[in-house]
Structures are given as structure tokens and as C-alpha cells.
Unconditional design. Structure first.
Length: 68
């Protein structure tokens, strides 16, 4: 009978963690929506790579062997 209380405790902890994660996701969703409406976007796709998005980058001369 000792397993039942431990199992219930673990289940409760798991439920609490799931609810906390849902609250965090909802808060992030609200924050993104507010940023979108205000026009303040700290994240732009071009900032991720540090290069323009109009095509692949030219190959590095060092990484490509010379073909003779």
C-alpha cells in the first residue's frame, strides 16, 4: 500500500509541472501578440544568421578543395 501514496504524489507533481508549462506558454503567447501589435519586434529572421536572406552564402574557399 505504500506505493499508492508515492504514485499519487508523483502524479500530482507531474500535473503541477504541466499546468506551469501551460501558464508559461500562454504568457509567451500574450507577450508575442503584444509585441506584434505594438510593432516592437526584438527578433527578425535576418538577425539569426547575420547575413541577407536572398540566397545561399557563397562557399568558403578554405573548405572547398582546389580542382585542377
Amino acid at each position: 500500500m505504500g506505493m499508492r501514496s508515492g504514485t499519487t504524489f508523483k502524479k500530482r507533481q507531474k500535473e503541477l509541472a504541466r499546468m506551469e508549462k501551460q501558464r508559461d506558454k500562454a504568457a509567451r503567447r500574450v507577450q508575442r501578440k503584444a509585441e506584434k501589435l505594438s510593432g516592437d519586434s526584438p527578433h527578425t529572421p535576418s538577425d539569426d544568421l547575420g547575413e541577407p536572406l536572398d540566397g545561399p552564402a557563397p562557399p568558403d574557399e578554405v573548405s572547398m578543395p582546389a580542382v585542377e
